[in-house]
Design a binder for this molecule. Structure first.
Ligand SMILES: Cc1ncc(COP(=O)(O)O)c(C=O)c1O
Length: 442
């Protein structure tokens, strides 16, 4: 397959079923989208294409242009688009008339997913958790987590952190820090305090000390919360990485004050940090872990891992129609097979490639205030201003690369390729990114 070239001419995508002639009118399609779809749409504006097909780390649009994917569905496609093992498992399952919807009734697909998760993920890490299937999106898992914490501790308050991102349903929105998403009319910030994340006050201030102080002082104005919720790496917040020591101190503070620790691993779990769970390096064991995105092998699936002693739900007390998406169980179980091999080593090879390129770019543009940070396969290039990042994203898009940005002002380019991306494709994507940066910053 010829990879993308700038201003590529229309090509045919060689699909499994032969050559597909693309006949979809993309101009008309974009007009219909703006006529029919709500103004709330976002990525349709960032990536003005009509996407047709995707395989691995390559997408193709209706005009036959190819793109390398450094966006990865915001962490949903860690194993690539239409991962071949997941695809075959899904085809077989549908061919066999496997159960598609079952609320939370027992299905073979669910049992097999749970067994694989226990054997491949939990047991080797010596973790013992009950698994709750929430509604299928990340925000659904966060909602269930804070609700359970409130029930167990019989306290309403939750502590979250500066630059946190936990979703947009009203409970999860209350925890999401960025003011852009808020309106006082939503009434959604009740019972939540945002305290400074690791590094927020500069390198020399230990924000865990501040947290401990306000929780130890009954007159600080911050009540003892039911839970502290955190991302170990703030993906949407600008790739802010909590140190292992800080995470350990937060765990200790939770124990000291009888608070539950919730790790929201929705974006940086499923291998994104280099390990299956992002908190493994810190050696902490959260009371609740929220997982979603790549868990379903590309299909919607969300779970909470709950320490058995705090799994105090009554049957059916937290319910919903789409808890347990059988197709996602099938795809999710299939992609877990990756972890049976030495998958971490494969991630490390890719991680080092991205890191060395960003390091070089940051050095090249140091005088313009460019810096980089990251871990595993989530890396950020901080270009200082959202408008500069946007210009680079647009250039990269024109060159055939999908990439987005994050941070308070969207000033951090977020390099998030699939964990399974082929090395030449990763190199090529980095080349396109470098060209875009050179064009905008020179
Ligand atoms: C850390 C984190 N938590 C929660 C969410 C919300 O997930 P969803 O968009 O699937 O509701 C996201 C989404 O990006 C996330 O990154």
């Amino acid at each position: 397959m010829a990879l993308h070239q700038k201003n590529a001419t229309v090509i045919d995508w060689k699909s499994a079923s032969g050559h597909k002639k693309i006949t979809f009118d993309s101009k008309l399609a974009r007009e219909d989208i703006s006529r029919l779809e709500s103004e709330v749409r976002g990525y349709a504006r960032l990536f003005p294409a009509v996407f047709e097909q995707a395989r691995g780390s390559t997408l193709i649009d209706s005009d036959g242009r190819q793109y390398i994917d450094f966006f990865c569905g915001a962490g949903t496609l860690n194993y690539g688009h239409n991962n071949p093992i997941a695809k075959q498992a899904l085809l077989d399952y549908i061919q066999d008339d496997g159960i598609q919807h079952s609320l939370d009734a027992t299905t073979r697909a669910k049992v097999e997913f749970l067994r694989a998760f226990e054997q491949i993920i939990l047991k080797p890490r010596d973790l013992e958790y009950k698994i709750q299937f929430t509604g299928p999106t990340g925000a659904n898992a966060v909602e269930a987590a804070i609700k359970l914490a409130r029930k167990v501790k019989q306290r309403a308050h939750i502590v979250a952190f500066s630059h946190a991102y936990h979703g947009h349903t009203l409970g999860s929105l209350a925890l999401t820090a960025n003011d852009y998403y808020h309106s006082e009319y939503y009434g959604a910030r009740d019972n939540v305090s945002h305290l400074p994340f690791d590094g927020y006050m500069g390198e020399n201030v230990d924000t865990s000390e501040y947290l401990d102080k306000v929780l130890s002082d009954q007159s600080s104005g911050i009540p003892i919360p039911a839970a502290i919720i955190l991302e170990t790496i703030q993906g949407e917040g600008g790739i802010n990485i909590a140190s292992n020591d800080w995470l350990k101190r937060i765990e200790a503070i939770c124990k000291k004050h009888d608070i539950l620790l919730i790790v929201d691993d929705i974006q940086v779990g499923n291998g994104r940090s280099g390990k299956f769970f992002s908190f493994e390096d810190a050696g902490i064991v959260p009371d609740i872990v929220c997982l979603s995105k790549s868990l379903g092998g590309g299909l919607p699936l969300a779970i909470n891992l709950i320490k058995p002693e705090i799994d105090q739900w009554k049957p059916g007390e937290h319910t919903g129609t789409f808890r347990g998406n059988n197709l996602a169980f099938v795809a999710g179980r299939a992609v877990l097979e990756n972890w049976a091999d030495d998958f971490e080593a494969k991630i490390t090879v890719r991680s080092l490639m991205v890191q060395s390129r960003l390091k070089r770019l940051a050095a090249q543009y140091q005088k313009k205030g460019v810096s980089y940070r990251g871990k595993g396969m989530i890396w950020g290039l901080d270009v200082g201003k959202g408008e500069i990042a946007k210009a680079i994203i647009d250039e990269a898009f024109a060159g055939g690369l999908l990439i987005e940005s994050s941070g308070a002002d969207d000033e951090v380019l977020k390099v998030m390729a699939a964990l399974t991306i082929e090395l030449p494709l990763l190199e090529e994507g980095l080349d396109i990114l470098e060209q875009a940066i050179n064009k905008v910053l020179n």
